[in-house]
Design a binder for this molecule. Sequence first.
Ligand code: HEC
Ligand code: HEC
Length: 294
Amino acid sequence: MSAFWNAWVWAITLAVILGCSWLLLATRKSEPHKEATEETLGHSFDGIEEYDNPLPGWWFQMFVATVIFGIAYLGLYGLANVKGFYGWSSVGQYEEEMAHAEEVYKPVFAKYAAMSIEDLQSQPDGLKIGQRMFANNCSLCHGATGAGAHGFPNLTDGDWLYGGAPATIKQTIANGRQGAMPAWGPVLGEEGVRDVTSYVLSLSGAEHDADMAARGKQQFQALCTACHGADGKGTQALGAPNLTDNTWLYGGSFEQISHTIRTGRNGVMPAHKDLLSDDKITLIAAYVYSLSNK
Ligand code: HEC
Ligand code: HEC
């Protein structure tokens, strides 16, 4: 905490404690009667009157006790940058708990650390740990079951953008991926986009206009094969999808495909190596691998 905020917190805390003490003593001093009295304050609400009695002693002492408690608490636990008698701090407590968790869970992960992703397939408890970490870290984008959504690949279907080998999955999770499909609208023009879209539809046997597709094929050969391959089956090293199957990351309708081609796509899979330890990434990768390798 900066020196300013430290002083700020202390000033407010001390002001409140001193203010309460002053209020308590000042009102006690101004009481006209030190003992119980029959006198009233003189006002009457529907015939109900108020005695001018002093605050009962036990009550007054309870207030004093809370003030003393507050001061003692400050002394024991400290405030802001000043450590108290016990040396407690929220950061210290957090670190202590993290160290404790590390100690408790380390043997659990160590048991699996030596195993390969293939070996882990026969470890139901290990896969369950992977599944829980998947739920915490991945389901937000890939869905609770890993089935994906528009723009987020399905991890259960055995169809891979970057490849489904254990080491490849692990690399995807650790280092992340960035899809790079350029925008072709400015190059092809609107008519060209529609022609190529028709050709892409023809690759997976979907309904299409044959004349447009024939023109689109030429464009495709010139512009798209470097990444998607001469046969349109894709290149996993570039994350360029197979266009001949019926699995679509961004949708397979004429409108969706032409939009993809016109404006490009840049799906981002975030890197997790700074968020999760290598042991954890291995267990998650084992779980992801198990989804399509039952
Ligand atoms: C912020 C959203 C997001 C999160 C969180 C996320 N992913 Fe991804 N993931 C993506 C996107 C988007 C892609 C596709 C990247 C592309 O289009 O090139 C992807 C791709 C992948 C792929 C490659 C799939 C293939 O077909 O090759 C794998 C495997 C994967 N993610 C696993 C995971 C795992 C495991 C986690 C959790 C540790 C995770 N992802 C967390 C968005 C996310
Ligand atoms: C520089 C490499 C590259 C070139 C060239 C390229 N693409 Fe792509 N394309 C990609 C990548 C990478 C993706 C995946 C983007 C992502 O994951 O966000 C993609 C995605 C697509 C998709 C979406 C597939 C789906 O499953 O939703 C279509 C359709 C497509 N490209 C068509 C084309 C066409 C048509 C051309 C030529 C006009 C072309 N691409 C040229 C790299 C390329």
